[in-house]
Design a protein around this ligand. Structure first.
Ligand SMILES: [Zn+2]
Length: 652
């Protein structure tokens, strides 16, 4: 029996050590609490058994240090039921004097200021003595190293990470090659006690007690003084509307997901110092305060699968499929995994036991695997190379992986439609296509023609350095609108067919279909057999193309209404006296003063046929500014060339 007891104590010590190292937790808080309860129960029956200080440390919440506190930093008695909470409220002679505030979920510290300068920061430790962390506490938001006045004070409160702090800390930590923190509390404890970390992990402070000479009797008045000295108090962070204590506890729990910082409960404390003294304390905790615990925010469960999908913006999204687990007051079975690099950095593997965190964030997240529980030989997760939906290679841009196939997403469809080889809409790049899809204003390519100038100009396409949304702006809007109004309506019928983004119907297939069926109505009413008779289309492709055309029926009607070409252009007899009559002409580089589209039009005006590439049959290459590899090709095939200036001279 005593041996078993020692084993439990050893486990608790190990878990506490892991907790304060800020890396791989050995158990969740709930499991830890259960373990401690077990030890406490055994100790009550056998007071002579050695718990190696585990029980006192738990009461204090941290490893001991050697710096004595000026007065005991008692931990609060915890209650879990509303009945116990009501019993506490009834035990207070002046219940209207009870103050309710969120219970911060970080690490308790005490900070001393002498003549307005921060001189010492100490963890709570066992309540009577803690560890000196002054060196690590120099950059904590809300705990200034210099006060606004040369005051002497000792403040107590919680060092914690806001949701934003936690994001940054985890990003920096994984970038430094370390596993992600399991939750903000563990991250704070680890960061505050670590020496010489190489990465930044921002932290914040909230004061919940302040001691001065001649301090006012009211707790709230003492906090107000700290606040004017430049210290962030719990009241600065969150101000409760006046309401009965029990309602306030429920209200804080309701607001918990929106606070932006982690809490694990509510604290009820008497405001008046005189009343506090009158009520006194037990050996473990004051009688004038109590902590009500909310549901645990961290749990462990099994990662069953990683689901891949392409959203309407074309971005690859990853979802963890989890064995259902109760966390943060609800049961979850799915959680976001951000992006592939996150899974790789955290080294999450399918089949792993993982930590799930849900609190300050309404979206539950998987943070890190429980390495000690990893089954042997579990293979690493391999990121996809191709789109899970269409099988095309994914485009990777930093952390964002996309599939821009027109069939996979709205953004892909827009981007394809706008592409240079298709409708050639100036200014409509990938980011803009994504923003249009995201906005919900464009669900099909036909919706592009309904956009107003204002809608396009106010489209957010990223963020500025100061974190404000960056808007698309007037100049790009003008380019997009004029391309839509003019250029898309002069593109040949073949390109209109291609612009529909039907699988297997690229540029050359668009041309073949245009030549075979001549107009949109004939194409739309073509049977599968007729489609299959076109060169390069077998029965399978014909089925697919037919289905694609049927699916795009309404979009095609709206494109026709918008005024795109719906029949093949009959070649007008070329005036043989024109300078480029009957010639296939290609342009490389920029012709000064002309867009590519205008240059192609000029070629047509001069009697030539614009082409996109140089082949043996090309008759002329116009060389503009910053020409490309076409110059070498022209040389190879012996194609005559002309400078941009010579070309422009032909127009006069
Ligand atoms: Zn795809």
């Amino acid at each position: 029996m005593e041996e078993q007891f020692s084993a439990l104590v050893a486990r608790a010590r190990e878990a506490a050590a892991a907790y304060y190292n800020g890396s791989d937790l050995l158990m969740t808080d709930a499991e830890y609490d259960a373990l401690i309860e077990q030890i406490a129960a055994a100790k009550a029956e056998h007071p002579d058994w050695d718990d190696e200080g585990v029980l006192e440390r738990v009461a204090a919440g941290a490893a001991t240090g050697d710096v004595q506190h000026s007065s005991m930093m008692l931990s609060l008695a915890k209650v879990k039921t509303e009945a116990d909470l009501l019993a506490f409220i009834r035990s207070i002679p002046a219940p209207q004097d009870i103050n309710v505030e969120p219970k911060m979920d970080g690490l308790a510290i005490s900070a001393k200021y002498v003549a307005g300068l921060l001189t010492q920061v100490v963890t709570r430790g066992d309540g009577s003595a803690g560890e000196d962390v002054t060196a690590q506490a120099q950059k904590i938001a809300g705990l200034p190293t210099r006060l606004s006045e040369p005051a002497n004070t000792e403040v107590r409160g919680e060092v914690f990470m806001t949701d934003a702090d936690f994001e940054i800390a985890n990003r920096n930590r994984t970038a430094a090659g370390k596993p992600a923190f399991a939750n903000p509390r563990n991250a704070t404890a680890g960061t505050l006690r670590a020496q010489g970390r190489t990465y930044e992990a921002p932290m914040s402070f909230a004061c919940y007690e302040a001691l001065y000479d001649n301090a006012p009797d009211s707790y709230l008045a003492r906090l107000a003084i700290a606040s004017t000295l430049g210290i962030q108090t719990i009241n600065d962070l969150f101000r409760m509307k006046p309401m009965p204590p029990l309602d306030a506890v429920r209200e804080i729990e309701r607001l918990r997901p929106t606070l932006g910082f982690p809490i694990d409960g509510a604290v009820l404390k008497v405001n008046s110092e005189m009343l506090r003294r009158q009520l006194g304390e037990t050996s473990h905790s004051p009688r004038w305060a109590v902590a009500f615990k909310y549901a645990a925010d961290t749990a462990t469960t099994r990662l069953l699968d990683i689901e891949l999908a392409i959203g309407r913006t074309g971005r690859l999204s990853l979802t963890a499929i989890l064995e259902p687990v109760y966390v943060g007051g609800t049961t979850i079975s799915r959680a976001t995994l951000h992006h592939p690099q996150f899974v790789l950095d955290a080294d999450l593997r399918i089949g792993d036991e993982v930590y799930v965190y849900r609190a300050g964030d309404v979206i539950p997240r998987v943070t890190t695997p429980v390495l000690s529980a990893r089954p042997e030989g579990l293979p690493r997760w391999t990121p996809p190379e191709t789109c899970p939906q269409c099988g095309e290679p994914l485009e990777k841009e930093g952390l964002i992986w996309r599939c821009l196939s027109p069939e996979c997403s709205v953004a892909g469809r827009i981007r394809y439609f706008a592409g240079r080889d298709v409708m050639d809409i100036d200014g409509l790049d990938v980011v803009t296509a994504e923003a249009l899809a995201e906005s919900g204003m464009v669900n099909s390519i036909a919706d592009l023609y309904n956009l107003t100038r204002e809608q396009i100009a106010n489209l957010p396409v990223g963020t500025t350095a100061s974190g404000q949304p960056r808007l698309l702006g007037q100049k790009t809007t003008d380019r997009i609108l004029s391309s839509l109004a003019e250029k898309t309506k002069t593109q040949p019928f073949a390109r209109v067919i291609t612009s529909l983004g039907i699988r297997n119907v690229g540029r050359s297939m668009g041309r073949r279909l245009a030549e075979r069926f001549r107009n949109m109505n004939a194409l739309r009413s073509a049977t599968v057999e007729e489609l299959a008779s076109v060169e390069g289309i077998g029965p399978t492709k014909a089925e697919r193309i037919k289905a694609g055309l049927t699916q795009m029926e309404l979009v095609i009607n709206r494109l026709i209404q918008a005024g795109v070409h719906t029949e093949i252009e009959e070649a007008a007899p070329v005036d043989s006296s024109l300078p480029l009559a009957g010639k296939k002409v290609c342009v490389t580089g920029a012709v000064p003063g002309m867009t590519r589209w205008e240059a192609d039009h000029a070629i047509a005006q001069l009697g030539g046929t614009p082409t996109d590439s140089v082949t043996k049959t090309t008759n002329l290459l116009v060389i503009g500014d910053k020409p490309g590899s076409k110059v070498e090709k022209a040389e190879k095939y012996g194609v005559p060339t002309m400078t941009a200036d010579e070309f422009l001279a032909l127009l006069h």
